[in-house]
Design a protein around this ligand. Structure first.
Ligand SMILES: [Zn+2]
Length: 215
């Protein structure tokens, strides 16, 4: 994936992740949020071993908030999110939060949220996702670090599938790709689904004993 890892410990400036549906914004946003809490990130990713990572993995973290879809959210939900940020701050030094579909939230409500994040003393790692950059106010974009995610190239898609289904012959990779429309082949979310299906079908047929465990 075209991902160089987050700038670690990077709270403050919100991250705005933009790209087509299925390109992996949510997955990457979660990775960013977790890495921002990790005590000893490895190559920009959460280590998975430190106290913070273990707490997150066991849903026992006061710092990590599971992704919230705020498309069309009303003021009530926004207020609740603000409260969550404040509560998190009183229990832990920092909070990491993923808000999805900010391009489909009323601009004044998004503004209100960002103001909360920017309040002095608030240590919130905010990662936002949007499908359409043009639907996000310039004022919001200028206060965020925008990361654009693109579809994978044909070569990258083949590498992605190869890594997922193990050391399979190229014909297996082609077979997975053939199950998807041309448009869908560059989208990791759909590639992942196609790989899982292929591995599950393989197991049914007694094949794929060497397939890697799927998470
Ligand atoms: Zn860690």
């Amino acid at each position: 994936m075209p991902f160089n890892g987050p700038s670690v410990g990077g709270t403050g400036t919100p991250i705005l992740m933009v790209g087509p549906r299925g390109v992996g914004k949510r997955t990457l946003a979660i990775a960013y949020a977790k890495a921002s809490l990790c005590e000893a990130p490895v190559a920009g990713s959460a280590c998975g071993k430190c106290t913070s990572c273990v707490d997150v993995a066991h849903n026992q973290s006061f710092m990590y908030v599971a992704p919230i879809d705020i498309a069309g959210a009303n003021e009530q939900l926004i207020t609740a999110i603000q409260k969550t940020m404040a509560t998190g701050n009183s229990l832990a030094e920092r909070v990491a939060m993923v808000l999805m579909n900010v391009d489909r939230l009323a601009p004044d409500l998004l503004d209100k949220l960002l103001k909360t994040v920017e309040e002095p003393g608030r240590d919130v790692a905010l990662v936002m996702t949007a499908t359409q950059l043009r639907d996000v106010r310039v004022a919001v974009r200028s206060r965020s670090r925008t990361i654009k995610l693109r579809r994978l190239s044909a070569e990258e898609s083949a590498l992605f599938v190869g890594a997922r289904i193990g050391s399979s012959p190229p014909t297996a990779i082609d077979a997975v790709l053939a199950t998807l429309d041309a448009d869908a082949r560059g989208l990791p979310h759909l590639l992942e689904r196609a790989c899982r299906k292929m591995l599950a079908d393989g197991r049914k047929l007694g094949l794929g004993a060497a397939a890697p465990p799927m998470h």
